[in-house]
Design a protein around this ligand. Sequence first.
Ligand SMILES: NC(=O)c1ccc[n+]([C@@H]2O[C@H](COP(=O)([O-])OP(=O)(O)OC[C@H]3O[C@@H](n4cnc5c(N)ncnc54)[C@H](OP(=O)(O)O)[C@@H]3O)[C@@H](O)[C@H]2O)c1
Length: 422
Amino acid sequence: MIRVGIIGVGTVGQSVANILRKNKALISARAGKEISVVKGAVRDLSVERRVDIPLTDDVNEILEDESIDIVVELMGGIDTPYEIIKKALSRGKAVVTANKALLAYHRFDLQQIAGEIPIGYEASVAGGIPIINALKVGLSANEITAIKGIMNGTCNYMLTKMIREGVSYEEVLKEAQELGYAEADPTFDVGGFDAAHKLLILASIAYGIDAKPEDILIEGIENVNQDDIDFAKEFGYSIKLLAIAKKIDGQIELRVHPVLIKQEQMIAKIDGVMNGISVIGDCVGETLYYGPGAGGDATASAVIADIVEIVRAGQSSPMLGFKKPFQSEDLTLLPKEEIRSEYFLRMLVDDAPGVLASIAQVLGKHGISIETFLQRPSENAKKATLLCATHTCREKDILSAIDEIENLPHTSAKVAMIRIEA
Ligand SMILES: NC(=O)c1ccc[n+]([C@@H]2O[C@H](COP(=O)([O-])OP(=O)(O)OC[C@H]3O[C@@H](n4cnc5c(N)ncnc54)[C@H](OP(=O)(O)O)[C@@H]3O)[C@@H](O)[C@H]2O)c1
């Protein structure tokens, strides 16, 4: 029998314990051995939980129990789970975690520390979607040219609602909080950080690149408004928070931000709280993975898949899916300011002759050519909203141009910018 200890018996931990009991025969048959949860650790023993496993408030009762084979870390946070996982590994216990925040910082050192001891983390990216396994195993023959993912259900729910129903950002955020899709402090989700953590994990499997959240471009959806959505609809775009990894000329581009994306692209059709990830490989072409990105049972499904895999194999493949670094290619991270994209700009300006020309002049000066220019009346009769889509240009050029436009005498507010994903 394989004995499992769960550290953190909250939303996901309870689902793991309950599914392992409910589907025990099936899971044990698939794994080839009986799997039992023998103990769970929590902070507060007085909280009522829907599980029938023995609980402790001392994690060492799990870590120091010689009979426990697999430690499942489902407590969240970074520093404490890092110490806990290291201790579990030092005692030869396999580890399964759903903790993307921890892995965004510590996946490479954990791979080093673990050596031959398996660490599973399928649940850390896109909840129930087996995307880690797809990249580590299913697509291992491919050079991965791009990964584009909707990896945060909260943002996707909010943007879908804003597009379909014309609801404002503030209204939809309040509703998402009432429904439990968004936290009281939503920054981690709406600011793009959660999606960035997941992107970094996928990029390390696809490219062997060890980047940290602070190294990459991360922008949230807080500034998307109805003018942007109207423009998107008029020109056949949807707006999504995309996490993007691309390999371009031996460099890796990693970024998370809202994008305007053509409605006919497969990834643009993923709506509501669902997650979707498109992976393009040089042999296979485009593959798309769709499913629930969060929720106790969906996430537990991925946690248990890791447990089954560990029990089956005894020793799993290397944590990040490669035995040697990708040295031959010497991949580096493309600096944020060198990213190239098409851009959409929204500007509030005086409704006066010559204003449009002065903006076009600034863009031209920075080598940026305009694809579409539209003028919309604004609530204030003396002002107008200008909407502009550019051809491909460099991030640093568009940022300099925006800075200059914001300082023109006729510009009344900060310029809003959304990148266009071709
Ligand atoms: N929820 C999801 O849909 C989802 C999806 C994908 C990944 N994840 C990841 O899964 C992990 C767990 O998420 P969750 O939603 O299940 O969190 P949660 O509901 O807040 O549960 C966390 C559990 O950890 C326990 N805990 C916290 N600190 C502890 C400590 N120092 N010692 C012992 N126990 C401790 C808590 O105990 P008390 O109950 O006593 O406070 C609670 O039982 C996180 O890393 C999260 O990012 C979650």
